[in-house]
Design a binder for this molecule. Structure first.
Ligand code: 2P0
Length: 333
């Protein structure tokens, strides 16, 4: 029996990943940059055993159906092939998300699976190699190997496409991200399908790609210089451009709801009134707001007085993936 455990935190992209050059290997069309957060994480244990005749996957104590298990099995096949093992595994995974936030993430899930499975089979991977492995499960997972800021450098092959840590002078500790949960229902169009449709059909896709290198360079410079307003502006612009591409896809779609637009509008208003804050959005209607930690309370106060129905979650910079010792207490299964 070979067992490994890991805890990985989710991340939110400030410069977005949107589109794949290679769908099988998950090589992206553009590089991206994220902030790992402390508020959401996944703990996973993987036990490979000679006694098993198939893989089994439990998520939050529930045995998963064959569709969910096949995804996990395909990922385990990559690890088995690297380790030259043919053992089946039991995977036990627990998502830790604030109550009712509805923000479970494939980034933390696949990063934790990569960490636990590779530790179980004693692959002893360097962070960049673990990042490459996690990437094969879900693109954004490759960034969750690192704490704080991470850059997924797109590369052009399995070997060269991986995330690295971004030099930051500890700027991440000055920041907060507030999640405004407007809707926790499952999304209609997965990010995987949405980005693919956009790559294949959107008239705006080339425009998106052209501006990413410049946005990325601006973001990295702003991080090292601790220039919050420049980082906020480029973060907001990257999200708006990414979401712009979906409107020109065929068929067109959007992840925005009326509530998302109301929150984005409020962020602009608060900013105009002297509270520096900037929004970003992913493949769903929830809005995330970047703010300096010193202004976190002022922002929370403004949001809760003006948005009476939304659920707010506060996050700060989170740590790198943690490979947990064999005797670490496990989530209860
Ligand atoms: C990001 N998103 O950079 C972008 C912005 C959503 C919008 O990465 O197909 O779950 O597994 O590589 O990583 C979400 O997509 O997609 C995502 P796959 P993933 O965070």
């Amino acid at each position: 029996m070979f067992s490994g455990k890991a805890r990985a935190y989710t991340n939110i992209a400030l410069i977005k990943y949107w589109g794949k050059e290679d769908q099988e290997l998950i090589i992206p069309m553009n590089s991206s940059l994220s902030l790992t957060l402390d508020a959401f994480y996944t703990e996973t244990q993987v036990i490979f055993s000679e006694d098993l005749t198939e893989d089994r996957f439990y998520l939050d104590n529930q045995l998963q159906d064959s569709k969910a298990t096949v995804k996990v099995s395909r990922f385990l096949d990559l690890v088995r092939s690297q380790a030259r093992s043919s053992l089946y595994a039991v995977v036990k995974s627990q998502n830790f998300v604030p109550t009712a936030a509805g923000l479970a993430s494939s980034a933390s899930g696949l990063a934790a699976l990569a960490g636990a499975a590779s530790a179980a089979l004693k692959l002893d991977l360097a962070p960049e190699d673990l990042s490459r492995l996690a990437r094969r499960g879900s693109g954004s997972a490759c960034r969750s190997i690192y704490g704080g800021f991470a850059e997924w450098q797109k590369g052009n092959s399995d070997q060269t496409s991986r995330a690295v840590k971004v030099p930051s002078n500890n700027f991440e500790n000055d920041l907060s991200m507030i999640f405004v949960v407007v809707n926790d229902a499952k999304k209609d169009i997965s990010s995987r399908d949405g980005m693919q449709r956009t790559v294949e059909t959107s008239a705006f896709y080339d425009g998106w790609l052209q501006t990413v290198p410049q946005d990325l360079a601006r973001a990295k410079k702003a991080i090292i210089e601790k220039d919050f307003n420049t980082l906020g502006k480029v973060t907001e612009a990257s999200a708006l451009k990414m979401h712009g591409t979906t409107l020109a896809a065929n068929p067109p779609f959007t992840y925005w709801s009326a509530e998302s637009m109301q929150v984005m509008d409020l962020v602009r208003q608060l900013r105009n009134n002297g509270l520096p804050c900037y929004f970003t959005m992913d493949a769903g209607p929830n809005v995330k707001i970047l703010v300096e930690r010193k202004n976190e309370n002022a922002l929370l106060h403004a949001l809760s007085s003006q948005l009476n129905y939304q659920h707010l979650v506060v996050a700060h910079a989170g740590p790198a993936i943690e490979i947990l010792p064999e005797d670490a207490p496990l989530p209860s299964f």
